[in-house]
Write a protein that binds this ligand. Structure first.
Ligand SMILES: CC(C)(COP(=O)(O)OP(=O)(O)OC[C@H]1O[C@@H](n2cnc3c(N)ncnc32)[C@H](O)[C@@H]1OP(=O)(O)O)[C@@H](O)C(=O)NCCC(=O)NCCSC(=O)Cc1ccccc1
Length: 328
């Protein structure tokens, strides 16, 4: 992918001649597949790129709890409710894991959270859509966690050790999440006509936003070439999006549901599905903060943080008291 992006001249990356000795050595280690660890020397831009991506990933996991949290009290059975609760709790764990990975790069959690709360840091566009019915719990698990896995499996092999290692466990849990989502979709698709219609409606609403999760097209992706050179990205946005479509369309067919794309067709020669044009204006609008739930999501996170201030203060006071006692 890297060679392809560089060859097409789409984006400028630093050539070996422009690098100093230290940068050339660093790039050689990356090219040899050596993992970069927290205390290793790294170019400032590599550090910044990782802080940006890992923290946005962490924010996505945390904000991503909200659309599903909406259905905890209305899950149809006790079993479904406990599975949903466990899944949401996993997402919280992923967020904390990822904040820790970002902290190894010399940034504090307070700084990262301040960037989220002020609207400066991004989180995944997908979590700005509402969850309107129980079928959305199925669609989110199936399509959103399904897409997250496709994006994150390659990250287990990315160049930054702490991020790569964190991704291994995260991916295992995401795969349980995707299965539970598909299981909900199966029950609904095989249920009453009303239940099947709910499943179809959820697929209709979540399909296109799920394709947008992979980011802008390669031609528009400003960060891809450099991230590929540093082996933070092993596959391009479009490659992973194609993988998601190829994997998911047969699953929709198995459910007896229709993917909401009249241009979708299988190309026997390439072995891939061709799909219709993504509405990039919708994507850009969500990124600008104007999606259906952007304001509500941010407000909820800021309130949760403010409401928890007394608890954080109590923890610090307790820790101070304890260390004073040990010192005495
Ligand atoms: C592929 C990409 C997301 C974007 O590639 P890059 O090379 O970084 O950027 P690129 O140049 O292509 O884009 C230009 C600009 O557009 C931004 N942008 C792009 N796409 C999006 C978007 N969709 N939403 C919002 N912003 C987006 C991008 O940041 C950049 O802006 P910046 O320069 O920062 O201001 C990459 O960061 C990545 O792999 N991240 C790690 C995975 C990750 O974060 N996963 C999160 C989901 S976790 C999950 O779902 C689990 C779960 C399931 C269920 C419930 C709860 C939890």
């Amino acid at each position: 992918m890297y060679a392809q992006l560089v060859e097409t001249g789409l984006k400028k990356v630093q050539s070996a001649e422009d690098m100093d000795e230290q940068e050339r050595e660093f790039q050689a280690r990356i090219d040899a597949g050596v993992k970069i660890e927290a205390k290793d020397w790294m170019p400032e831009a590599y550090r910044k790129t990782l802080i940006r991506q890992i923290s946005q990933h962490a924010h996505s996991e945390i904000v991503g709890q909200l659309p599903e949290g909406n259905w905890v009290t209305r899950a149809p059975t006790l079993k479904r409710k406990s599975i949903l609760l466990a899944k949401i709790q996993d997402e919280a764990g992923h967020g904390l894991y990822l904040y820790s990975a970002a902290e190894t790069l010399g940034v504090s959690r307070d700084e990262l959270l301040a960037a989220l709360h002020s609207g400066k840091a991004k989180y995944s566009s997908i979590f700005n859509y509402p969850t309107l019915s129980w079928a959305d719990m199925g669609a989110v698990g199936w399509l959103v966690d399904g897409s997250a896995i496709i994006n994150q499996i390659p990250l287990c092999r990315c160049s930054y050790g702490p991020y790569a290692r964190a991704m291994i466990r995260v991916c295992k849990e995401e795969s349980f999440h995707a299965r539970q989502g598909y299981d909900i979709m199966m029950s609904l698709a095989k249920g009453t006509p009303e239940q099947k219609a709910m499943a179809q409606d959820a697929l209709n609403r979540w399909w296109w936003p799920s394709l947008m999760m992979f980011g802008p097209s390669d031609a528009e992706s400003v960060n891809s070439a450099q991230s590929a050179q540093w082996r933070i990205k092993l596959f391009s946005n479009d490659e992973l999006r194609q993988r998601m479509v190829d994997q998911t369309v047969p699953q929709a067919e198995y459910l007896g549901l229709t993917v909401p794309d009249p241009d979708l067709k299988f190309n026997a020669e390439t072995g891939h599905y061709e799909f219709g044009e993504i509405d990039w204006s919708e994507f850009q609008n969500v990124l600008k903060g104007n999606g259906p739930c952007n304001r509500e999501r941010l407000r909820t996170r800021v309130k949760a943080y403010d409401d928890g201030a007394w608890f954080r203060d109590a923890l610090v006071a307790y820790a101070d008291k304890k260390s004073a006692r040990t010192a005495a």
